[in-house]
Ligand binder design. Sequence first.
Ligand SMILES: NC(=O)CC[C@H](N)C(=O)O
Length: 510
Amino acid sequence: MRGALLVAGTTSDAGKSVLVAGLCRSLVRRGVSVAPFKAQNMSNNSVVTLDGGEIGRAQAMQAHACGLEPSVRFNPVLLKPGSDRRSQLVVRGRATVDVGARDYVTHRRRLREVVAEDLAALRAEFDVVICEGAGSPAEINLRATDLANMGLARMSDVPVLVVGDIDRGGVLAHLFGTVAVLEPEDQALIAGFVVNKFRGDPVLLAPGLDRLRALTGRPTLGVIPFAENLWLDAEDSLSAVVDAPVGRPAPPVGDRWLRVASIRLPRVSNATDVEALACEPGVSVRWVSDPERLLDADLVVLPGSKATVSDLQWLRRTGIAQALVERADEGRPILGVCGGYQMLGATIDDGVESGAGIVAGLGLLDLDISFEADKVLARSSGVGDAIGAGIPLSGYEIHHGRVRRSGDAPLLRHHDGRAEGSVRGAVWGTHWHGLLESDEFRRLLLTEVARIAGRDGFAVAPDTSVAAVRLAQLDLLADLVDEHLDTAAVDALITGGPTPGLPVINSALG
Ligand SMILES: NC(=O)CC[C@H](N)C(=O)O
């Protein structure tokens, strides 16, 4: 089997990333060599690849579904928004320049070549490449500069499936309209539809899908049910919804829950860090954006941020900064990760990200940070120090900020003995993302939190493996694909390429 397919969506968050992951895993389970590809991603949720670059988290998750290590080849263009108007442009894993929505256009020709070249190389190396679109091809205002949806499909002659989220309502109109607004040459590549997150009786939906087929000449190749136990998404901060529970934690091992509040910073980065906590039975993790939600939390996590100084200002505006200071005074646990760690310090000297110069931090750690233009990208490993002395730890680093001075004890150490992170009372911080996935460290941290919080009835499970929980999620996705997609038709599309002779929808005014 050889070929490629592009999964586009009627909207952002329609389920493209998970459908691509499910298709990849389903193919891999059938012995096919397959790679994921997203030409251009916009996300602050990134990971560090083995080749020392940075790609969107969703492509790392899809690579994992394929049994591959993340590589910059799977996501050659990444835009990391630092504000509503400007993003850092990461090309083949390396941060290049900051671009505004308009000047991005000037980079387009070069990026087009990068994307076409990288997809061709993957297609030569793997039997199948499953591509993910970005946003929606119905955003025709962006069509002229598009590299990730119909722009990619056209330059590489790849058939397209459009997935729509029925849970939002209007899915039939969305699917029809997504084809109808396109120019005929683009329409020719849209081979079929997938309905995602369906609840209820498929018999009731069937007449709608028949009508959609009559109106568009295109089949719906699957209706994927809403899956209660599926929480893996990893797309980006869209998944960090205020008040929504993170993950699907099982009931506690003991008789009490442990409650974690993670601050929903406006430019939160690597929101997935806290998912590892929610893999533990009896640990409830919620995203919060107002100060009183910190009161009943046993642990508060201040996560990473693409805009440390401006998110720190937001903490002050919302009153969360004050709540954090009071919390630290009371000796109640706070964990800061990367940007969140930086905010906990005494000063931040930032001439790079915000250009603000020297800014006071929350003063909860004896720490001075200064930003450099050069970004640290590293997969790091080391050992525990303040928590879990000597136990092996791993994580990854994506930051411009550097520790200039630290007067606190380190949280952990690199293998070469270098100190990393800080501890002062129950305030912990580190630049490392992914640290909470180190199973033993997480267990010790949660045990310490429960002790300080006096949650005597909470006991941490002895055997949770975050890697195993994530893999089970990917298998669940593949099961959904196998059961609810017409896999024979999808296979035929992958190998046969765009369906010849598909009708064009003409929406002439009459
Ligand atoms: N990943 C992060 O949280 C990054 C923190 C900060 N924006 C920096 O670049 O240093």
